[in-house]
Design a binder for this molecule. Structure first.
Ligand SMILES: [Zn+2]
Ligand SMILES: [Zn+2]
Length: 221
């Protein structure tokens, strides 16, 4: 498995191309825009796009999803149906933020906790992680110890919860109860900024470090 990070949109969102090297098939995760860059990586690696995967309904993550899926005639999978209101508001999001074609769409498949998603011969596990948005999902690849977490968790920070239907209690619970049990050794690609590991965040993240949450038997301070 190979993951190519492609920062897109004025928000420098970490869109990624997830490649199954055995089958040369790929998934575009969160193609928020700048499709020429994503198309460039698809051709450069000589892979065939099999699907588009979405973590949540914010424009910088899904503003280019419908167009890319149409061009390659592939399905969109995700996010969770609780983000329907955001996908419906894409025209308004595009007008407000000034990028994207602003078309509303629905995925071919909504995702839920415990679902499996395939890319070539790779299987990704789906976790529903509400808080940043109510329908946010993350993708976890157990053998490669890799998670694509969108705007749930960042290196040294967590997702915003001041946007429509954000909820900080839900977000912290999602991180502690859905991400941490996957393992300290898991490397994660956040929606913005540098890659990190769950272990590093449990040690040093000022919002969800073990010393703040009490996770792992560390005393609450
Ligand atoms: Zn977001
Ligand atoms: Zn984002």
């Amino acid at each position: 498995m190979k993951v190519i990070l492609i920062p897109v949109t004025p928000f420098q969102q970490n869109s990624s191309l997830l490649i199954c090297e055995r089958t040369q098939r790929a998934a575009a995760v969160d193609p928020g825009g700048d499709l020429d860059r994503i198309e460039h990586e698809i051709s450069r690696h000589g892979v065939r796009l099999e699907k588009v995967l979405l973590t949540h309904g914010h424009l910088d993550h899904c503003g280019g999803a419908d167009e890319l899926a149409r061009r390659h005639d592939v399905p969109i999978e995700g996010p969770h149906t609780d983000d329907l209101f955001l996908l419906e508001s894409l025209p308004a999001q595009a007008a407000r933020l000034g990028f994207g074609d602003g078309r509303a769409f629905e995925p071919a498949r909504w995702l839920a906790e415990g679902d499996a998603v395939s890319v070539g011969e790779i299987t990704l596990r789906v976790r529903h992680c509400p808080g940043h948005t109510p329908g946010h999902v993350i993708f976890f690849q157990p053998e490669n110890r890799l998670a694509l977490v969108g705007d749930v968790l960042f290196a040294g920070s967590i997702g915003r919860t001041d946007l429509p239907r954000g909820n900080q209690t839900d977000l912290i619970r999602s991180i502690v109860e859905k991400l941490w049990p996957l393992g300290e050794d898991v490397t994660f690609v956040p929606g913005h900024g540098p890659v990190s590991t769950f272990g590093d965040e449990r040690r040093g993240n000022p919002y969800v470090g073990d010393d703040v949450t009490g996770y792992g038997g560390v005393a609450r301070v």
